[in-house]
Design a protein around this ligand. Structure first.
Ligand SMILES: [Zn+2]
Length: 107
């Protein structure tokens, strides 16, 4: 795990978000450079599923969730921490490994 915070790119005209820099905004068409934005370390679960059968290189079962940040930017990642997981629950970004983003349930 290397990253300490997530970043995204945002269009200054329409606030559309991107995971990578782009030459043109696919929503409003502006060609002005996108702004790089550091995301907060916490987001909320939009939806999730428990994966029982899947990639054999990951210990199963594991929870896969869509996590949304305050600016509506969403990423897909794995959530650890045990306990019961629910929609709208807060998670903390823990980094990224070769298989994707990692979160844990926040307090
Ligand atoms: Zn735009």
């Amino acid at each position: 795990m290397t990253e300490l915070s997530l970043t995204c790119y945002i269009c200054n005209h329409c606030q559309n978000t991107f995971s990578e820099p782009a030459d043109i905004c696919s929503k409003c068409g502006t060609r002005e450079p996108l702004s790089r934005m550091n995301l907060p370390t916490r987001g909320r679960i939009v939806t999730f599923t428990t994966v029982w059968r899947g990639a054999q290189y990951l210990p199963r079962p594991y929870v896969l969730a869509v996590v949304e940040f305050a600016n509506k930017y969403q990423v897909l990642g794995r959530v650890s921490g045990g306990g019961s997981i629910a929609v709208k629950q807060e998670v903390r970004y823990m980094g990224k490994d070769e298989y994707g983003y990692l979160f844990e349930l926040a307090g």
